[in-house]
Design a protein. Structure first.
Length: 236
């Protein structure tokens, strides 16, 4: 949103794995890039993921910065509430905009079923493009609260499906009006608490694959006069 066009970009994406035991693996993934190869200060870098994974019996564990993707629908996923995206990143694939979050994840497997529990001690929100506007200032409030998520998944039968629950901060902010001074107005990006109950399913009928996903979200809106915080909503 800066008016520039005809940009040449260059990037190097790297991923490495290292086994340090029979069932213990280190995983790291990141990139270094320049979003304008004719401008020296256009360089940026990011460690997308860096975690350790190991297994014990029927339980798989992952601890560290990781990308956790939920949902079976295409592109728009109402249940995908755990790890953010950087919508300002110029990439040919939208999934490359994903950013890992610090998390501890445990998954118990039993035949076609699995039960996953996730604890996220902090939050990295979505990164949105915000235009520089004279007289308007932006402040982002990111609460440091524990986030938790649970998911039951069944895969491998005629119908694959899952049910999930998330309790934590909203990756997408509500926008509130802060102080208004002679120098301008302050817009506050508040990441309020949200609880989401979701389900998804996928099956095949002949040559056609069918997928569905839905979620209901409880927000902290206090009533009809609270227009600065999103109301509870259903999306499918």
């Amino acid at each position: 949103m800066d008016g520039k066009n005809d940009l040449g970009t260059g990037s190097l994406w790297l991923k490495g794995t290292q086994n340090i035991g029979e069932d213990v693996t280190l995983v790291a993934q990141g990139w270094i890039r320049n979003d304008d190869i004719f401008r020296a200060n256009g360089d940026s870098k990011k460690l997308q993921e860096g975690y350790i994974k190991f297994s014990s019996g029927n339980v798989d564990y992952r601890i560290g910065r990781q990308i956790i993707v939920w949902g079976r629908a295409d592109r728009l996923n109402p249940t995908d509430n755990l790890t953010p995206r950087n919508f300002t990143l110029l990439t040919p694939e939208e999934d490359d905009q994903r950013i890992g979050s610090l998390a501890a994840k445990a998954t118990y497997h039993s035949h076609e079923n699995s039960l996953t529990g996730i604890w996220l001690p902090g939050m990295d929100p979505h990164v949105f493009p915000v235009a520089t506007t004279p007289g308007v200032f932006f402040t982002q409030h990111i609460p440091r609260i524990n986030r938790i998520a649970l998911k039951f998944d069944r895969s491998g039968g005629d119908v694959d499906w899952s049910a999930s629950y998330y309790n934590g901060s909203d990756l997408t902010p509500d926008i509130a009006i802060g102080a208004i001074t002679p120098s301008g107005a302050n817009l506050i990006f508040d990441h309020n608490r949200i609880r989401v109950l979701g389900m998804d399913a996928a099956t095949v009928i002949g040559r056609y694959g069918l997928r569905a996903e839905a979620a209901y979200a409880w927000a902290v809106n206090t009533g009809a006069n609270d227009f600065l915080v999103k109301k509870p909503f259903f999306i499918w």
